[in-house]
Design a binder for this molecule. Structure first.
Ligand code: NAP
Length: 549
């Protein structure tokens, strides 16, 4: 128990919501600072997104040696990944191992969702209420809810009329789903649908993939990690991580070329072929200006279109699978782990183009489009998330003057550095909107955010400050800068979830910071060096004037 500035008693110093990568590390850092911490986690175990996304083929597109914590030498030494890209069960095991190793479980209440968090200006504390009826007061309220946590299921007409089984990939049952011999429909061809499709095709009696927008999948080129490779990684771990921290995507890969300009057709082809063979996000590192320069992008996109055509036997099906409406990278580039395009060469797989013939309704027996009825036993929604803001807004968060986060973000999220929100004292958002978050290798960004927040709280302790809040002007500036950068890139040419376009009535603003992990990290460091420029500190809640200007 601690005493807050107004003399009341707060139950804990900090409430952290979520026990995935970010919540676990945050609670560890806070405890090391001597703070009392209460973590609330909706799931029955740690893992966050990796607890929920257990659909067949679920795997991380970041390479395993950098998709983990770097802060603990012991965890680093004791854990070895088995493959180049970690599969969901292995990531979950890793997070369980980390939670046990750091002895974090005691401070976590599992199967407990935060329903509301209200800032009490008189007491100067947050009151956090859960679906289990608990009410806890705390000085800090820290969101570690993740960026892709709130599943999105389109509201198809008569969706509930379907009498078969239906599942969302992000709420996949613990004990799996029996697909053998079933007529299965998968809706969605984003990163999830592309991972899932070959796996379902192998298990199901017949698979129909309902595709609205074709995508550019690049082979991930997964493989087991050999002992020699591990030894090499371990010997160079510090350097690898330092490169990742000061990189574009939080991945320690060099750009092969600045641009296509000035290169011969053969040189361009060789560079792209090299990237294609390297696989995964390394392909995106072939030309530095892929996401800025229309000419380079069109060359890269056309290369990928040709690759798709080469993999699909039937030319008509191939053309349906070739993306033409959006440039490569303007939507999150998906990875192919198991012959995604070749799946459509199978006799027992059908591609339903629902851009050409939209889904009109669900029926008791399946799905009706404007062209056909598809008889199905099981429907799988690989339809994505209410990304970046969905999980935050699912909690009823109320700041100063009874002003809610929903009201504050009516026109889209507005943060300073993705770390804090003006009008909401002592609220921190790990990998919040307007931070690199989903445009980066998450653990690198998570560690940076958690360290920044923990260091800030330590600074407050040493200076005797009780409250912190971003200045409104700083938040305003940061949001404009994020949007300006996005406008200079090709992101504006796609209707993507980065821009809220996948959820009806969601404000269409670009949510992640697109300027890269290195630029962002240096900006956060600069802010601290300048005495936390853009933030206000105070001994009393009135002393922080974030909402005043
Ligand atoms: P997503 O990228 O939002 O894809 C959703 C899919 O559902 C899209 O193909 C979309 O079509 C389709 N869809 C949505 N509403 C529809 C409707 N009414 N009718 C027909 N189709 C509809 O979601 P996701 O694939 O789950 O991926 C989300 C993000 O999670 C990824 O971008 C990535 O950041 C992350 N993720 C990462 C990994 C990994 O690291 N391995 C794996 C999976 C996901 P449109 O494109 O036409 O909207």
């Amino acid at each position: 128990m601690t005493r807050d500035d107004t003399g009341g008693t707060a139950a804990v110093d900090a409430v952290v919501v979520g026990a995935g990568f970010s919540g676990l590390y945050m609670s560890h850092r806070l405890r090391e600072l001597g703070l009392s911490v209460q973590v609330f986690e909706k799931a029955p175990d740690v893992g966050g997104t990796w607890y929920w996304n257990r659909y067949p083929g679920a795997r991380c597109d970041s390479e395993s040696h950098i998709y983990c914590y770097s802060f603990s030498e012991e965890i680093r030494e004791e854990w070895e990944w088995s493959e180049r890209y970690p599969e969901q069960p292995e990531i979950l095991d890793y997070l369980r191992f980390a939670a046990d190793h750091l002895d974090l479980r005691e401070q976590i209440s599992f199967e407990t969702a935060v329903e509301s968090a209200t800032f009490d200006e008189d007491a100067g504390t947050w009151t956090v209420e859960t679906d289990g009826g608990e009410s806890v007061t705390s000085r800090f309220f820290i969101s570690a809810v993740g960026c892709l946590s709130e599943p999105y299921t389109p509201d198809f007409d008569n969706r509930d009329a379907f009498e078969g089984e239906s599942y969302h990939t992000a709420r996949w049952p613990q004990n799996g789903v029996e697909l053998a011999g079933k007529r299965v429909g998968v809706i969605g061809t984003g990163s999830t649908g592309i991972q899932l499709t070959p796996e379902v095709a192998d298990r199901a009696g017949h698979l129909t993939v309902f595709q609205r927008t074709p995508n550019y999948a690049v082979p991930a080129r997964n493989r087991p990690l050999g002992d020699d490779e591990w030894a090499e990684i371990k010997a160079n771990y510090d350097e690898i991580w330092e490169d990742a921290r000061f990189s574009w995507l939080g991945m320690p890969f060099e750009m092969t070329h600045a641009t296509t300009a000035g290169l011969s057709d053969e040189e361009i082809r060789d560079a792209l072929e090299e990237g294609w063979q390297a696989g995964g996000f390394r392909f995106l590192h072939t030309f530095e200006d892929t996401l800025f320069n229309d000419d380079t992008n069109e060359i890269v996109s056309e290369f990928l279109r040709e690759k798709i055509r080469e993999q699909v036997d039937d030319p008509e099906t191939a053309e349906k699978l070739v993306p033409t409406a959006h440039p490569y990278g303007s939507k999150r580039p998906p990875m192919d782990y198991g012959g995604y395009y070749e799946t459509f060469n199978r006799e027992d797989v059908t591609l339903a183009d629902v851009a050409e013939n939209p889904i009109t309704e669900f029926t008791p027996e399946g799905i009706q489009t404007t062209a056909n009825h598809y008889d199905l036993d099981t429907v799988i929604f690989a339809t994505g998330f209410d990304a970046m803001t969905g999980a935050l807004l699912a909690m009823d968060i109320e700041g100063r003057d009874g002003y809610t986060l929903e009201e504050a973000w009516e026109g889209g999220p507005r943060t300073y550095l993705g770390l804090g929100v003006d009008g909401f004292p002592n609220l921190f958002t790990i990998t919040g909107p307007q931070s690199p978050s989903v445009l980066s290798n998450m653990p690198v960004s998570i560690e940076q955010h958690v360290d920044w927040i923990a260091d800030c709280i330590e600074y407050m302790q040493s200076e005797g400050y009780e409250y912190i809040e971003p200045q409104s002007a700083a938040a305003e500036r940061w949001v404009s800068q994020t949007n300006m950068l996005a406008d200079q890139m090709l992101f504006s040419e796609a209707e993507s979830w980065y821009r809220g376009a996948n959820v009806p009535d969601k404000p269409r603003v670009f949510t992640p910071f697109p300027g890269g992990v290195e630029t962002y990290r240096r900006e956060c460091e600069r802010v601290v060096e300048n005495g936390y420029e853009g933030f206000e500190f105070g001994q009393s809640v009135d002393g922080v004037a974030g909402s005043a200007d």
